[in-house]
Design a binder for this molecule. Structure first.
Ligand SMILES: [Zn+2]
Length: 277
C-alpha cells in the first residue's frame, strides 16, 4: 500500500450530547453531564484540533445537530467531517426495519442540509446493530460504517446475510460495497472513564492507564500495519474534562513524534483506501 501514509490516526468524536437522555427522559443531573459536551467539551476539543491543525471526524445524532446549531457550525468551520449517529441515539436492535430505515434517512437528510452533501459515514449508537442495519446503511448510500470489531488497523468490506444457528452452524453472507472502519472498546474513552450504570466496567480510570493503552496500540500499528489506520473514539462530555484533555494532548504528541504518522478524517482515508492500487 505505497499510496497510503505509514500510519493514519483518526480522532473521532461521538457528539451524543443530550440526544439519548431526551429520548430516555433522563434526570437533570444526567442531562447536565451530557450538556457539558456541548458547552465545554466540543469547544475545548475544536480549539486543540485547530491549534495542532488536525482534521477529524464527528458522528453527530440528528437531535444534537439541530438543537445546537452553533456547535454544528463550529465543527464545520474547523474543516471536520460530520457523519451520522442516529437521531435520538437509538439502539438499532430495538427498532423495526421500517422505523430504522426512516431514522437513517432522517439523519442523512439532516447532515446533508448542514453540509450540502450526503454524509459518507455511519456509526451505530452504542455500536449496537440489528440484523438489517448495515444493509439499510448501505442502501442509503453511505460509503462506510464504523461500528464493527473484526479487524483493528485494516478496513474491510461489510458482509450481509450471515446466518448463525446452533443446529446448522455458521454460514457467511456476501461482501457488499459498504466499507468497515473497525472500532474497539479499548480505544474508546467511555468505558475507561465513565462509570457504567450497572457496574461491570472500571470507570474513572487514571488518564495514565488509558494513555498507556492507546500509545501501545499506536506503536504496534506503526510497527506492524504499514498503511493502516488507528481509530480512536471519544465523546466531548467525557474527553473534554481537563485531565483527559491533557492526556489527549500527550497522545497527539506521541503520534506526531513517529515517522510517517498523519491525522486524517475517516471519509478521506476510506476514499484513499478504496481507490488504492
Ligand atoms: Zn454515541
Amino acid at each position: 500500500m505505497t499510496d497510503l501514509p505509514r500510519l493514519t490516526v483518526a480522532l473521532t468524536f461521538d457528539h451524543d450530547s443530550i440526544s439519548d437522555g431526551v429520548r430516555r427522559g433522563d434526570s437533570p443531573v444526567k442531562l447536565s453531564h451530557a450538556e457539558f459536551g456541548v458547552r465545554v467539551g466540543a469547544p475545548r476539543i475544536l480549539s486543540l484540533l485547530a491549534e495542532r491543525e488536525i482534521p477529524s471526524t464527528w458522528f453527530v445524532p440528528g437531535h444534537t445537530l439541530e438543537t445546537f446549531p452553533d456547535s454544528t457550525a463550529a465543527i464545520l468551520a474547523g474543516g471536520h467531517e460530520i457523519g451520522c449517529h442516529g437521531w435520538f441515539h437509538e439502539d438499532a436492535a430495538e427498532l423495526g426495519r421500517d422505523e430504522e430505515r426512516e431514522m437513517i434517512e432522517r439523519c442523512a437528510a439532516a447532515v446533508e442540509r448542514v453540509t450540502g452533501a450526503r454524509p459518507k459515514g455511519w456509526r451505530a449508537p452504542y455500536w449496537s446493530l440489528g440484523p438489517a442495519s448495515l444493509g439499510l446503511v448501505e442502501a442509503a448510500g453511505f460509503a462506510y460504517d464504523s461500528s464493527l470489531m473484526a479487524d483493528d488497523y485494516r478496513l474491510y468490506q461489510v458482509r450481509h446475510g450471515d446466518r448463525h444457528s446452533v443446529a446448522e452452524g455458521s454460514r457467511f453472507g456476501r461482501e457488499g460495497a459498504l466499507v468497515e472502519v473497525p472500532v474497539s472498546w479499548a480505544l474508546d474513552d467511555w468505558p475507561h472513564f465513565e462509570p457504567a450504570p450497572g457496574g461491570g466496567r472500571d470507570g474513572l480510570s487514571a488518564p495514565s492507564k488509558v494513555l498507556e493503552i492507546w500509545t501501545d496500540e499506536l506503536k504496534f500499528a506503526h510497527a506492524h500495519a504499514p498503511g493502516g489506520l488507528l481509530t480512536i473514539t471519544m465523546h466531548p462530555e467525557c474527553i473534554g474534562r481537563g485531565h483527559r484533555m491533557a492526556m489527549l494532548e500527550r497522545f497527539i504528541d506521541a503520534s506526531a513524534a513517529l515517522d510517517g504518522v498523519v491525522f486524517d478524517r475517516l471519509d478521506r482515508y476510506v476514499e484513499r483506501w478504496s481507490s488504492r492500487g
